[in-house]
Design a protein. Sequence first.
Length: 275
Amino acid sequence: MNRLKLNHLAALTLFLSASVVLQLTVGDIPLDFFAFPVSLSLFLLWCVLCFLIWSRRQSWIRGLFLSPEATVFSLSACALACLVTGFSSTRAYVHSWWFAADILLLLTTLFFVLMRGWRDASGHIRWGFLLNHKGLFILVSSLFFGAADTQVLRLPLSAGESAKTAWSADGTVRALPFEVQMQDCCVDFYDNGMPQAYRAELLIDGVPRTIEVNAPASVGWACNVYLVSASGEYCVIEVVNEPWKYLSLLGLLMMIAGAAIMFIKGPTPANCKRS
């Protein structure tokens, strides 16, 4: 292994090591601090910084993120982080600095790979490559930078009861973007006594809305109200606020389109000759 590759691996390892030190020093990421508008500002700042580094063709950092070492290292680190998180009994790792560093490293490497490969040697746009990589970039970026703006809250309601606050998974009381009042809730049964459907009648800011399990009510452009459980006396509803979800959907659709284009076009002549 030559000296340049060793320097690349050392720099990448140092970056992740710094995130581990930060985690041990200050604890988990304070998500409330990074909520909008900080989240959007950091996303735009990071994009501008990456573009400025890309525009400097002789930059060592540019060469670092275009190297095979950065691709293999970032994919391996991200895969390991996802495995640790997936097999963990809690989601605490998702809010750690080292997990954020893994995702940020992957996104930065993906940005430089995208900028290098979206055109071929003759200058033609590689649509399959562009849509696949750009879609993945948008999808992961929206999930990563939008994490601080995403809220999942729950609250129990009895008939006639109204509320303007709910509880997060860690027990913190959060204000709702609307007032919700339960009018009625019921459970429909089959003839054999098995539950058929759960339904709740709500007033959301005075507007009548009906929700069922797997049939939420949309409130505004970013918020959905789900029915978690219901009985004749009370119901439990879940309020999910995801301001970045449409960017995630856009990225997913772009990846599907890119995969379809690559499937239809098939392998390029150069790839066939190489294989």
